[in-house]
Design a protein around this ligand. Structure first.
Ligand SMILES: C[S@@+](CC[C@H](N)C(=O)[O-])C[C@H]1O[C@@H](n2cnc3c(N)ncnc32)[C@H](O)[C@@H]1O
Length: 400
């Protein structure tokens, strides 16, 4: 019964090749790109060999310049159906990894931060290392929670049913990623990083949570990108894991800067990681939103914190996903830092980047206030009659 879906996929592949090459691809003479031999293609569509191996499948998309296209998305979704029909429990493999990590708290990836090295602390008398360790402990828990949450579609991403977890803003604004080296800072367990890989980029993801990196490495293999690189490190000490390597693109997004005490070091890290002419792109929650009270009971926009707060802010934070998942009730003591939009842009300029644009948007991927409403595109907005305020911003900058 599962075979039916493999047939559907094979027919679709045949259609794609017919459209590209006429019937020519079925002949010995057909010179397939990048040694993707006509025999392999023929086998795929005649059924002798099916595109079961994720790596073969992704290699095919790459060889035929289909990555990142709607056709790739359609083929991945068909492949997901075939996999699921054949083995309905296939997505459980991802959850099993999460369970495994939860049981075994000694992390499976050696952690490079155990040497207690410190870095300059701009804003506090307690060492940044202390805050870092607190926040690392919080993220260890959050990784487990997020892995199980429907807000992170790990299983559908794994089968290919969901091709990309990127939001429309970054996809529209960071174009031309094909065959470019892309460094993703604070990549969590790699869904966005691997989405950029599926769009054609050659990716490296960095995060300080060893479990998140473990899952990212596991997922990379499972979805056909074993060459995707994931490193466990504090972004403020990136040179512990990335030495003398320059990238075409540095990317980071949604929920990253408030975890960093010192933006000067962060901006220098970004700049030092880029080739001359390389592009830095970020999409992030707007710092202005932090001014407003946003607990579950709030009904309006009430300013309660300084936009210019300089000290570390202790949050009894609920996991991001708890906003949509009532089963998640835990709270964690986490420390964050408020960085104004002015601070962010200035450190980037000071680090030698030329700002191409700074955009602000009235929508956000996260339910920052309980009364935000979600549209079909997964964006959340303030409902009328609230006035619009900026909820996220994006920046594109070029290394001089
Ligand atoms: C809100 S998540 C980013 C989410 C990402 N946009 C996504 O949806 O997958 C923030 C990430 O930053 C990481 N992080 C926080 N502080 C860090 C640091 N100093 N160095 C490296 N990673 C850090 C956390 O482990 C977490 O994975």
């Amino acid at each position: 019964m599962g075979e039916d879906y493999w047939d559907v996929l094979s027919k679709k592949i045949e259609e794609v090749l017919d459209e590209k090459f006429g019937a020519g691809w079925r002949t010995e003479k057909h010179a397939a790109p990048r040694n993707f031999s006509y025999k392999t293609l023929h086998n795929w569509v005649t059924g002798n060999s099916r595109p079961r191996q994720p790596q073969n499948f992704e290699h095919f998309l790459e060889a035929y310049a289909l990555r990142g296209t709607d056709v790739a998305q359609e083929l991945r979704a068909l492949r997901a159906k075939a996999l699921k029909a054949e083995n309905p429990k296939i997505a459980d493999r991802v959850e099993n990894v999460g369970r495994l990590l939860a049981q075994d708290s000694s992390s499976p990836v050696a952690h490079p931060l155990e040497d207690n090295s410190s870095f300059p602390d701009g804003k506090s008398t307690i060492s940044s290392e202390w805050y870092l360790q607190q926040n690392k402990a919080v993220w260890k828990e959050l990784t487990q929670i997020n892995l199980k949450s429907p807000e992170y579609p790990v299983a559908d991403f794994f089968t290919g049913e969901i091709s990309s977890t990127l939001m429309s803003v970054e996809v529209a604004e960071l174009t031309d990623v094909d065959r470019k080296t892309l460094l993703h800072l604070q990549c969590h367990f790699g869904l966005d990083t691997l989405s950029w890989a599926r769009a054609g980029a050659i990716v490296t993801g960095v995060d300080f949570d060893p479990d998140a990196i473990y899952v990212a490495k596991f997922l990379a293999k499972q979805v056909g990108y074993p060459e995707a690189r994931f490193e466990c490190a504090d972004v403020m000490q990136l040179n512990q894991v990335i030495h003398d390597e320059l990238f075409d693109i540095v990317f980071t997004s949604y929920g990253v800067l408030p975890w960093l005490p010192n933006l000067k070091i962060w901006a220098e890290t970004v700049s030092n990681s880029l080739k001359p002419g390389g592009v830095f792109y970020m999409a992030e929650f707007h710092p202005f939103t932090n001014v407003f009270y946003n607990e579950d009971d709030v009904k309006g926009l009430y300013a309660h914190k300084s936009y210019f707060e300089e000290d570390p802010i202790l949050l009894q934070m609920k996991p991001y996903v708890s906003r949509d998942d009532n089963s998640v009730q835990e709270r964690f003591d986490a420390y964050q830092w408020q960085h104004t939009l002015g601070d962010i842009i200035t450190v980037l300029i000071d680090a030698g980047l030329r700002i191409e644009f700074l955009h602000e948007f009235p929508q956000t991927p996260w339910k920052h206030f309980p009364f935000l409403v979600r549209d079909e595109d997964q964006w959340r907005r303030l409902p009328k009659p609230f006035p619009e305020i900026p909820l996220i911003f994006s920046v594109k900058a070029v290394k001089q």
